[in-house]
Design a protein around this ligand. Structure first.
Ligand SMILES: *Cc1c(COP(=O)(O)O)cnc(C)c1O
Length: 222
């Protein structure tokens, strides 16, 4: 049964988070599990909601607009996170739909989000995404630009909760998580959105406040 699978996977991931938190002397409650449901349809998502999951993540505005209004009509207390790159021309749609935006990474997007938030009277909390591995193909601001970008976000009155990163594939993630945690500390930010299916345990031991887990909850994306 899909339902049983989903509930069992959720229980397993929650147990892993609790175990990792305990080894680091942290409380499991201080870690928000975001179920990244991109590419999965409502019938795949509902069993997780039924099992008590409330935070969900999507990486594309249009896909989220097609799925989530109906799911929200069924369950009112869902929290929706945008974890993928955001084009400035989709800022209004993103602000209207999401409760948190994890991919703030450039001044033009800060300006577009600030305008959209003022217009909508709604202020989703934001994470500034850092290109922690300096990879040209990836989103996120260069580490060197972070102080200027954070200052710009403050001036624009964006509610910045913390930092987000996706470390390079196929190498040990821990040093990148540790660096992101240090950058957050240096800037007085407590939010740390880091860790995916392959490395969320490591991320929790290094201070993640939000882990973004897809495959370990939903199975492979086709
Ligand atoms: C898809 C995605 C995830 C989840 O990845 P899994 O490896 O399936 O857990 C997390 N963060 C971002 C930014 C993603 O795009």
């Amino acid at each position: 049964m899909i339902e049983d699978d989903a509930a069992a996977r959720l229980t397993a991931v929650r147990a892993e988070i609790a175990r990792a938190a305990a080894t680091a002397g942290r409380k499991a409650d201080d870690v928000s599990l975001i179920a990244v449901s991109k590419t999965h349809d409502a019938p795949a998502i509902r069993p997780l909601i039924a099992a008590g999951q409330r935070h969900f993540g999507e990486n594309r505005v249009q896909e989220a607009e097609a799925k989530w209004p109906a799911l929200r009509d069924e369950t009112s207390d869902l929290v929706l996170h945008l974890v993928g790159q955001l084009q400035s021309n989709k800022a209004e749609a993103a602000v209207a739909l999401f409760d948190a935006i994890h991919s703030v990474d450039r001044p033009s997007l800060i300006a577009a989000l600030a305008r959209a938030m003022d217009k909508a009277g709604r202020r989703p909390y934001c994470f500034v995404q850092v290109n922690i591995g300096g990879e040209p193909q990836k989103g996120g601001c260069p580490v060197a630009d972070l102080p200027t970008l954070l200052a710009g976000a403050r001036v624009a009155d964006l509610p910045v909760a913390g930092l987000m990163a996706v470390p390079p594939l196929d190498v040990e993630a821990a040093p990148y998580f540790a660096l992101l945690a240090k950058l957050a500390r240096d800037h007085g930010l407590s939010g740390l959105s880091m860790g995916m299916s392959g490395d969320y345990r490591t991320a929790v031991t290094l201070g993640a406040s939000h882990v973004r887990v897809g495959t370990a909850l939903f199975g492979d994306r086709t």
